[in-house]
Design a protein around this ligand. Sequence first.
Ligand code: CP
Ligand code: NVA
Length: 305
Amino acid sequence: MNDLLAIADLSAPQLQQLLQLAGTIKNNPKAYQQALQGKSIALLFEKPSLRTRASFAAGINRLGGHSIYLDAASLIGERESAADVGANLACWHDAIVARVFSQQTLTELAEAADKPVINALSDLCHPCQALADLLTLEENLGPLAQLNVVWIGDGNNVCHALMGAAALAGMTLQIATPDGYAPDPELLAAAQQQAAAHGGSISVVHSLAQLQPCDAIYTDTWFSMGQQRDANQVMQDFAPFQVNTALMQQLSAKAFLHCLPAQRGREVTANVLDGEQSLVLKQAENRLHAQNAILVTLLGANADD
Ligand code: CP
Ligand code: NVA
């Protein structure tokens, strides 16, 4: 494993190892205080971020490493190609964490840099989020292969990442999107194949009435960064797909997930997002632990003793 550009880069055992390591580091942080000592990580972001940026910076600190933040919007493009940025960063840094508009930019960075590149969100995938989500589901609801999760809303980057990770973990994932907003067909087909191979399943429907009871409901914004969509049309198309108390009850869901940031009253009501069943802050906390497991793995670091 040289880079983490998408969940599809992982095998099922690699996913399990990352989740296990995330739990180990979370429960015994002192043992990893020097894991990245002397290492420098570049955080290269083309789009805004709270959780990803702040959790990578704090997590790298906890591992004894150092990070710098670079505003990629002013660096990649007219000024310099992604390949040139990647090749240069690799001269000084031990890894590159990149949030980009296009997955292609990650590919170009990774090809040019002889250091690990980690996807911190692209148009296609958000693997760090999915790892934190599976860690959160396992900690709060039990063994992943026994879980049935419903994704409601846009078939977007977070949905793609969850789909890929759920497939490797043998979960049951029901996806409900408005017509025309389904996940990428190629990524869906690949995830369905993986799910079947690992004892799980992934289905897509376009009406909430077709959903079966589940353990948890997951949703995300109706307006992802970088999407060029008609806002009025989106509001109209997604209106029936709001997560609210009635839907939580209809599907007997025990837990609610959202990657955040969320719009209360739009994709989810305030009483669900802020309610007892909400795991959103546990997901946010677990971003740091999941990402530290990725860094320790990709940089070949070890516990201090
Ligand atoms: N969930 C997530 O990636 O949040 P940010 O966009 O704030 O990093
Ligand atoms: N789907 C959202 C996730 C934000 C963390 C976006 O891409 O903007």
